[in-house]
Design a protein around this ligand. Structure first.
Ligand SMILES: NC(=O)c1ccc[n+]([C@@H]2O[C@H](COP(=O)([O-])OP(=O)(O)OC[C@H]3O[C@@H](n4cnc5c(N)ncnc54)[C@H](OP(=O)(O)O)[C@@H]3O)[C@@H](O)[C@H]2O)c1
Length: 233
C-alpha cells in the first residue's frame, strides 16, 4: 500500500518543521512547503539525515499561482492528499494597540493567516476529497473570542477568522468525508513564540499531528489545544 501523503505549509522551521518530522515518523510522505524554496530544501535535507521521507515544495501561501503550482505537483505525483496542515503564519502587531495598528498591518496579517490558509485549502480540496483526508488549521488561543483582551488586534482577529473558516469548511466537506479542525499548539519556543515560551516545538506539534492523522470517525469542526483537549471558541 502507498504511504499516506501530507503537506505542511511554513514547514521550513518552527512548529511546521516539527509537524513534518512527526508525520514523516508515522510513515507519511510529507511535502515540506516553504515560501523560500532553498529553505524548504534545507529543512527536507535535515529530515532525510534523520532517515525520514520528505519532499521540499515551494509554496508562498499569499500567491494564488504558487498554490496552484503546488497542487499540480502533488496531483501529478500522487493524485491525492491525506493531510493538509495550514501552519504558515505571521504575527505582525506585537506591542501595538488595536487603536493604533495600521490597517496595512492587519491586511498583511490576513494575507497569510486567513486568505493564505483558505487559498491553499481551496486549491487542494479535490485531492483531499479523493483521500477523504484531514485539514488542520493552525490557529491560536489568541483567536478565542471568549478570552480576548487588548492588543494583538491583527493577529487575534486573523485567527478568529481562521476558526470560522474551519467551521464553514468542516460543514461543507463533511459529506465528502473530509475533516477540518483548528488547533492551538500552546505557547511554543519558536521565532514567533520567543525564547520565554514554556513549550517545545515537539509538544506544540502533538495536537496538530493528532488532528492530521484522524480516521473517518474523528471529530470535525472543532478547536483543540494541548493534550488534544477541546477549546471554547
Ligand atoms: N509559537 C507559538 O507560541 C504559537 C502559538 C499559537 C499559534 N501559533 C501558530 O503556529 C504556526 C507556526 O508558528 P511558529 O511559532 O512555528 O512560527 P515561526 O517560527 O515564525 O514560523 C512561521 C512559518 O510560517 C512561514 N510563513 C510566513 N509567511 C509565509 C508565506 N507567505 N507563505 C508560506 N509560509 C510562510 C515562515 O516562513 P519563512 O521562514 O519563510 O518566514 C515559517 O516557516 C503559526 O500559524 C502561528 O500563528 C504559534
Amino acid at each position: 500500500m502507498e504511504s499516506p501523503v501530507a503537506l505542511v505549509t511554513g514547514a521550513n522551521r518552527g512548529i511546521g518543521l516539527e509537524v513534518a518530522r512527526q508525520l514523516a515518523g508515522r510513515g507519511y510522505l510529507v511535502y515540506l512547503a516553504g515560501r523560500d524554496a532553498a529553505a524548504a530544501r534545507e529543512a527536507a535535507e535535515r529530515l532525510h539525515a534523520e532517515g525520514l521521507a520528505a519532499e521540499p515544495l515551494a509554496l508562498d501561501v499569499t500567491r494564488p499561482e504558487s498554490a496552484r503550482a503546488a497542487r499540480r505537483a502533488v496531483e501529478a505525483a500522487h493524485g491525492r492528499l491525506n493531510a493538509l496542515v495550514n501552519n504558515a503564519g505571521v504575527l505582525l502587531d506585537e506591542g501595538v494597540a488595536g487603536l493604533e495598528v495600521p490597517v496595512e498591518t492587519v491586511h498583511a496579517t490576513y494575507e497569510v493567516n486567513v486568505y493564505g490558509a483558505l487559498r491553499v485549502t481551496q486549491a487542494f480540496a479535490p485531492l483531499l476529497i479523493r483521500a477523504r483526508g484531514n485539514v488542520v488549521n493552525v490557529s491560536s488561543i489568541m483567536g478565542q473570542l471568549a478570552s480576548a483582551g487588548p492588543g494583538y488586534l491583527a493577529y487575534r482577529s486573523s485567527k478568529a477568522a481562521l476558526n470560522m473558516i474551519t467551521r464553514v469548511l468542516a460543514a461543507e466537506l463533511a459529506p465528502r468525508g473530509v475533516r477540518v479542525n483548528a488547533a492551538h499548539p500552546g505557547w511554543i519556543r519558536t521565532r514567533m513564540g520567543g525564547p520565554a515560551a514554556p513549550g517545545t516545538p515537539e509538544e506544540g506539534a502533538k495536537p496538530i499531528v493528532w488532528l492530521a492523522t484522524l480516521g473517518p470517525d474523528g471529530p470535525s469542526g472543532g478547536f483543540f489545544g494541548p493534550g488534544n483537549q477541546p477549546l471554547d471558541w
